[in-house]
Design a binder for this molecule. Structure first.
Ligand SMILES: [Zn+2]
Ligand SMILES: [Zn+2]
Ligand SMILES: [Zn+2]
Length: 250
C-alpha cells in the first residue's frame, strides 16, 4: 500500500494565523503544515484517516478523485471539520462508509446534526456510519483499532499490517503498546518540546519509540515550535519528522 501524509500540523495549522514567529515565517515548505490526515491507497481503493479541517485543499493537492472508506480517530474540529467536502466525491462513488468509535459518533451527531437528518433541499455529505468495536477488514486489509488517551478522551489509533497511525495522545496504555510491537512503520504524535496535557512532547514520543522499537518512525501533529530542519538534526536514526506530501510504500 501507498501512504501519503496529507497534513502533519497541530490544530491551528502552521503557520498559525497572525503569528510572526520564526517557524511561521519559515520559507522551508516542510514547515507548512496543514491539519493532520493520512491517505492510504491499496489495490485501487482509497482509505482516508480523518476528514481534516483542510480536507478540500489536501484532496485537490494530491488529485484525489475517489474515497472508499474513512477512518475517524476522534471528533475534534481539526480532524473532522472537512467532512462537508466529501460531497463531490459522493457524486462519483455514492455514500462513503465512515468508521469511528462510539464516543466519536456521539460527538459527530452533535457537531454535524444536519448530516444525520433526512435529506432536505440542500446538499449534505452522504456517509454510512459504522461503529468500531474491534478489528475489522477493509478491502483485504486488517484494520486493528487501538485505544490511546488524549487528555481524558479515548482516541483510536489504527494498526494496518506492519504500519500504525497513532496521533493525538498523551498516553499509550499497555494494551495498545502490545498491539504496536513488531512494526515496520510507526506514525506518532509529537507536538513539540514542551510538555502538554493532551499530546506527547518530544521526550515522551522518543520514550515510546525506544519502548516499541519500530523499524522506522515518523512524527506528526507538530506545532509552530518545531522547525523541520532544526529538530530533524537532533533525532536519532530511524526517526524523522513527517511533512505534508511525504509518501512511502509498505
Ligand atoms: Zn489533533
Ligand atoms: Zn508561529
Ligand atoms: Zn485531538
Amino acid at each position: 500500500m501507498k501512504v501519503t501524509f496529507l497534513g502533519t500540523g497541530t490544530s491551528t495549522g502552521v503557520p498559525a494565523i497572525g503569528c510572526d514567529c520564526e517557524i511561521c515565517r519559515s520559507t522551508d515548505p516542510r514547515d507548512k503544515r496543514l491539519r493532520v490526515s493520512l491517505l492510504i491507497e491499496h489495490e485501487g481503493r482509497n482509505i482516508l484517516i480523518d476528514t481534516s479541517a483542510d480536507f478540500r485543499q489536501q484532496a485537490l493537492r494530491v488529485g484525489l478523485k475517489e474515497l472508499h472508506a474513512v477512518l475517524i480517530t476522534h471528533c475534534h474540529a481539526d480532524h473532522v471539520f472537512g467532512i462537508d467536502d466529501v460531497r463531490p466525491i459522493n457524486q462519483k462513488v455514492g455514500p462513503i462508509p465512515f468508521f469511528a468509535n462510539e464516543i466519536a459518533w456521539i460527538g459527530m451527531r452533535e457537531m454535524f446534526s444536519y448530516i444525520f437528518r433526512p435529506r432536505g433541499a440542500s446538499s449534505q455529505p452522504e456517509i454510512v456510519p459504522h461503529t468500531i468495536y474491534g478489528p475489522f477488514s477493509l478491502f483485504g486489509l486488517e484494520i486493528q483499532p487501538l485505544e490511546v488517551i488524549h487528555g481524558n478522551l479515548p482516541v483510536l489509533a489504527f494498526r494496518i499490517g506492519r504500519m500504525a497511525y497513532v496521533t493525538d495522545c498523551n498516553l499509550i496504555p499497555e494494551a495498545a503498546c502490545e498491539g504496536l510491537r513488531d512494526l515496520d512503520v510507526l506514525i506518532l504524535d509529537c507536538l513539540h518540546y514542551n510538555p502538554h496535557p493532551t499530546h506527547l512532547n518530544l521526550e515522551e514520543s522518543l520514550r515510546y519509540v525506544a519502548k516499541l522499537t519500530p523499524r522506522h518512525t515518523y512524527f506528526t501533529h507538530m506545532s509552530h515550535r518545531v522547525s523541520h530542519a532544526g529538530l530533524s538534526a537532533e533525532l536519532p536514526s530511524g526517526v524523522e519528522l513527517a511533512y505534508d506530501g511525504l509518501t512511502f510504500e509498505i
